[in-house]
Design a binder for this molecule. Structure first.
Ligand code: ADP
Ligand code: MG
Length: 352
């Protein structure tokens, strides 16, 4: 989906170096830790006494995104968010990224300009420097690989493995919206196939479609926790769905968990669209992915510090490992939590 349909300049017209210059000319340096950015053989960073956090994610056309409803500018923005979310999940501050792309000739320069407009917007909004990357051709489709770099004090770094029995399980924001946004977009795509003149009315779905197309990573949370003087005992970002992230925390920390269905935060828009699609909203929050919220555990003594914050919801607590991982339903039934990632979601629905 290229918004700029007027002009099409082929990639070969600019050449590799021309293309890199063209795409990266608007990036400036904002972080004091960036000593050398784009343009040399390598970037140079200096974090003085902080620890350095590094994470990489690759997005492949047809596997991770569908350009028939994903505008390239949103894709660029989202690709950065996916990576920053992993940095924030270490309780660190994101500072730099590198961006590598492989594109086939099907993509004109104007398409990559849109992709980079999204990357530029994300880098400004999140105050990060783009300090390098690589540009190459592909025989089919578009591949984007981003590496994000961040910094944190050694004591602040939060892994998946520090949760203890009786710690409280806390989630930021609300869940399930990105998955339901995708359901609406997929439905509109099918309608469009049958009737190309149909104009989708996405107005009632603004929030959930935006959560799918333009997710925001929780940059605010490491700072908020610091201000509240809360050091989480473990943390992970929610990319695949609540249940698989709880399983990751439990397995890595060697604990069990009780999750309370009635506590799971859902936006009213998610509840109503779940009714419309006849899907159980709890299943969506457990198994739908891409919310990019943070899930963490805290010692019970810290409950008073977080309880009044509207961004944070206590959804359960950790238990001894042998007690296992359970969802306590509204009807007070105890159901084992199973890993149902993004891909297995359709199968999971069929089982019900
Ligand atoms: P080299 O051949 O030494 O790898 P390149 O010509 O590939 O150098 O890249 C030149 C500079 O542009 C380097 O600083 C590199 O990190 C940066 N760069 C290349 N491609 C991209 C890209 N897609 N986005 C951002 N920076 C890039
Ligand atoms: Mg290179």
């Amino acid at each position: 989906m290229f918004d700029n349909k007027e002009s099409r300049t082929s990639l070969s017209e600019l050449g590799e170096f021309g293309l890199i210059d063209h795409l990266t000319k608007f990036f400036d340096i904002k972080q004091t830790s960036t000593k050398i950015g784009i343009g040399d053989d390598a970037a140079v960073l200096n974090f003085e006494n902080d620890e350095v956090v590094i994470t990489t994610d690759m997005l492949v056309e047809g596997v991770h995104f569908d350009l028939s409803f994903m505008p390239l500018k949103h894709l660029g923005y989202k690709a950065i968010m996916v990576n920053l979310s992993d940095v924030y999940a270490m309780n660190a501050e994101a500072t730099q990224v590198t961006v590598s792309i492989a594109a086939s000739n099907r993509f004109p320069v104007e398409a990559l300009e849109e992709l980079y407009a999204g990357i530029l917007l994300a880098s400004k909004t999140y105050n990060i420097d783009v300090v390098g990357g690589d540009t190459t051709s592909s025989t089919s489709g578009l591949v984007i690989s981003i590496t994000a770099i961040g910094r944190a004090k050694k004591e602040a770094i939060t892994t998946r493995s520090g949760a203890k029995p009786n710690d409280l399980l806390v989630v930021t924001g609300d869940l399930g919206a990105a998955y339901m946004g995708l359901q609406v977009l997929e439905r509109e795509k099918q309608v469009f196939k049958v009737n190309p003149n149909s104009q989708p009315d996405l107005e009632p779905y603004t929030y959930i479609v935006e959560r799918q197309l333009k997710p925001e990573a929780r940059k605010d949370i490491p700072g908020l926790l610091k201000a509240l003087e809360v050091q989480p005992t473990s943390m992970i970002d929610i990319s695949d769905g609540l249940s698989s992230e709880i399983i990751h925390l439990c397995k890595n920390s060697k604990v069990g968990a009780n999750l309370f269905e009635e506590k799971i935060p859902l936006d009213p828009a998610v509840i109503s669209v779940c009714e419309e699609f006849n899907i159980d909203s709890t299943t969506v929050s457990l198994s739908g992915g891409e919310d990019y919220e943070l899930l963490f555990t805290i010692d019970q003594k810290d409950f008073e510090k977080i309880k009044a914050n509207p961004n944070l919801t206590v959804i359960g607590h950790m238990t001894e490992e042998h007690e296992g991982m359970h969802l306590i339903t509204r009807a007070n039934q105890k159901i084992p939590i199973q890993s149902r990632g993004w891909n297995s979601f359709t199968d999971a629905k069929d089982e019900e």
